[in-house]
Design a protein around this ligand. Structure first.
Ligand code: FES
Ligand SMILES: [Fe+2]
Length: 425
């Protein structure tokens, strides 16, 4: 599933907006080298606050523009001072402008430039042809009174095997429930078994549905399910996990996590969405970190090799969803090759629809109506589940202290301490 320009999948993915950075990253540094869909680029925020995403190399003599410096409008190469704006136009060539003010060179020179949009604390890039579609305004981006955080991990394998994990219900039972139990040193009992799974397609992706021992088909995990969001994310309700293709051999895992504050803390307005980078390898042992849910998933993905060797697979009854998403991608690649004006699945152009893209969400009311501190602390199983998910950050290893503190301040309670021994194994 190669993503470079001209490759069928590369062309297909260039029809979507890609969340690739946090808006707050550019508070610390005005430029950032970025690799996206196999292209080397430079992200910058100029002194007027415009974001730009332009070629990594200067069209003069190829200096690295990520070492350039920003001006009122645009990014200036640090080598000979040529200035580029976010459209890719060269607006100054200091020496040439001085001695040959009417010269043609400046007009002839253009640098590759892609559109950047800031939305939900993320920066999104569009690298495809005009007309540019809308940045998806998924329902959680419209929720109020919550604390959001963005988490990145660099994953050394192809993005598609990461995304196949987004339509794989049975792995929860083994990779997360049972393996976590064994990692803690317990030998059982193992978690409730999957008794039935199902998959279906909708406008913005696929859903998967499950019945586990002790539950029935009234359970929202069967009636509503979870979302494999198009083109390359998992959406669980409280968070998104995008598997953004850096190139064919590397993926940027981008997580966006939302926690509603207790009702007593409302109104709460988050003034900045923090971001952090979660390591995936234990430097002491050289082994992958396995203590957190997404770290465990990552072990699944990188364990398949840089590219999972599909010819060596033996798909089972639980893998029907994987076959479905593969087929959808192949069909959409074919459709685009036959008609380059066709829009693939889930490209959004309707402003009205994009006021809020509703998605299937288990427990949606918790996000919309919120819950009181009492509801968080009473003896019911629901409250217990809420406590676990709100007093820990179980998804990624290494949440920094300042993010944890900001979260505690928003929520009005302390997170539970995780013993260091429990953090890595
Ligand atoms: S290499 Fe960039 S201005 Fe010369
Ligand atoms: Fe998982």
């Amino acid at each position: 599933m190669e993503v470079g320009p001209g490759k069928p999948m590369g062309e297909l993915l260039r029809r979507y907006w890609h969340p690739f950075a946090a808006a707050t990253e550019l508070e610390d540094t005005a430029t950032k080298p970025v690799r996206l869909l196999g292209e080397d680029l430079t992200l910058y925020k100029d002194l007027s606050g415009n974001f730009g995403l332009i070629d990594r190399h200067c069209p003069h003599r190829r200096a690295d523009l990520s070492y350039g410096f920003v001006e009122e409008c645009g990014l200036r190469c640090n080598y000979h001072g040529w200035l580029f704006d976010h459209n890719g136009d060269c607006t100054q060539q200091p020496y040439e402008d001085t001695i040959d003010a009417g010269g043609k060179l400046r007009k002839q020179v253009k640098v590759k430039a892609y559109k950047v949009a800031a939305h939900a604390g993320l920066l999104w890039a569009y690298m495809g042809p005009d007309p540019v579609p809308l940045v998806p305004n998924y329902e959680p981006f419209t929720w109020e009174n919550g604390f959001a955080q963005i988490v990145f991990s660099d994953i050394p394998c192809n993005w598609f095997q990461c995304q196949e994990n987004s339509i794989d219900p049975v792995h929860f039972e083994w990779m997360h429930d049972n393996w976590s139990l064994r990692l803690k040193g317990d030998e059982g009992p193992y978690a409730a078994k999957h008794l039935e799974v199902d998959f279906s397609e909708f406008e913005h992706g696929f859903t998967y549905h499950r019945v586990r021992e002790g539950a029935d088909k009234e359970n929202p995990l069967w009636t509503i399910g979870r979302v494999c969001l198009w083109p390359y994310a998992l959406f669980t309700g409280g968070h998104f996990e995008w598997r953004v293709p850096v190139d064919d051999e590397n993926t940027l895992s981008v997580g966006w996590f939302f926690n509603r504050v207790p009702k007593e803390r409302e109104p709460y307005l988050q003034d900045r969405v923090p971001y952090w980078v979660s390591p995936i390898k234990d430097e002491k042992t050289g082994r992958w970190i396995s203590s957190h849910i997404i770290n465990q998933d990552i072990i699944g993905w990188v364990g398949q090799g840089t590219f999972a060797e599909r010819s060596q697979e033996n798909l089972g009854l639980s893998d029907r969803g994987i076959a479905m998403i593969r087929k959808r991608f192949f069909d959409d690649m074919d459709a685009l090759e036959n008609n380059s004006n066709s829009d693939p699945k889930s490209v959004i152009r309707d402003e009205r629809e994009n006021q809020r893209i509703d998605l299937p969400i288990v427990g949606k009311e918790n996000f919309i109506e919120g819950f009181s501190e009492k509801e968080l602390n009473d003896a019911s199983p629901d409250a217990a589940a809420r406590r676990v998910s709100s007093r820990n950050f179980p998804f990624h290893f290494g949440q920094p202290e300042e993010v944890r503190r900001a979260y505690e301040e928003a929520m009005g309670f302390k997170m539970e301490d995780r013993p260091e021994s429990d953090m890595k194994n």
